[in-house]
Ligand binder design. Sequence first.
Ligand code: PMP
Length: 454
Amino acid sequence: MSPVDPASVATLLARETAAYADAHPLCRAGYDAATNLFGHVPMTWMNMWAGGFPLQLDRASGNRVTCLDGVELLDFALGDTGAMAGHAPPATVRAVARRMGELGGVTAMLPTPDAQWVGAELERRFGLPRWSFTLSATDANRWAVRLARLVTGRPKVLVFGHCYHGTVDETFAVPGPGGTTVTRPGNVAPPVPVSETTYAVPWNDLSAVEAALTHGDVAAILTEPALTNIGIVLPDEGFHKGLRELASRFGVLLMIDETHTFSAGWGGATRAWGLEPDILVIGKSIGGGIPCGAYGLRSSVADAVLARTQSGEADIVDVGGVGGTLAGNALSTAAMRATLGEVLTEEAFTRMVALGTRYAEGVQAVIDDLDLPWSVGQVGARAEYRFTRPAPHTGEDSAAAADEDLDACLHVALANRGVLMTPFHNMALMCPTTTADDVDRHLAVLREVAAALV
Ligand code: PMP
């Protein structure tokens, strides 16, 4: 393997960072002027963008974004999946404009027929019959975890090391020494020690899952079909079957978070890989950019929740922990209906997944030709390269392969060549308007930049 040369990375990073600043004076000025924003950005994570400051968005359409300096970029970040439908898909724009304009009533606390349409469509795709809506995937996870605790009468969740399910306190946990669970580095002020709420075990380790479930205090296993927030870490053959079997054996609910892995196909990895969740969570993409999230329950879980509420043990219609005054509002349900019905269709997924394969195969060819110590993972329409070979098997393996400077260098060098990648990692996502030429453009740029580093 040809190792990447750290000195070349440092030199290129300095040169590309200077070129980035030169190319984006208005973006830089906008960032500097934003003194009333904490960290100069509307949300602090926007400081994850490499280059010293994030671009300021002027406009976006399909898979193109244009910054305030008038530079157009090919967008593979797609809002870290929020824009999987492409930016401003016309069908969603029409539905949203109609709901806000002609019809009004965005947040009247009243249902519209769109909500039932979306619930039925989510059942068709994912197989679960009872749906509730939120405004983010974080909130859907948070609420579903509470329901899992209610139904099982158990306090804890089991998650996998280096998972990400949004800012849900119980999930900021990693496996510690000797089978313990410890807080994830960087976690902000956990309310209680995370070992009181959570077991964190390594991904792909069914015996560690079994050992944790043996304690008898786990309400739910919460997992993505593949880890997607520490690079992509794919499941071993039989891993999901094993999780389902263990969950059933120990009376634990299996909660599948499809927020990112929806990329696997029109019914997410749940349909594509034949998973059998008790609870399914999704968010970000299904509203075409309008805030929304959803969780679906198996009938037996919905019935068990109702039994607990009818007995007076818990309340889900008043202040019993139901968050989100704007949840399920008429605007987000209209956006979901249009996006699922007309944009992220079965046919669109067929094309997006084929482009994901073209992308992953192309990256593999770059890795092979340059003999890079990297690997590439794919979940349908999304793919990601990671600085380790063979591909990581656990979140811990993948975390150990992180290389901040190399990451920054690639992100800035690619941005300077008109290609935008997700700031948190190297994820690339295909949307309905991505083309084979777009994929090939990224590959040519990646090849040029990587060749300069070995
Ligand atoms: N689940 C997964 C798998 C995610 O990747 C994310 C965000 N990256 C979330 C949940 C949370 O989504 P949001 O920030 O939109 O609430």
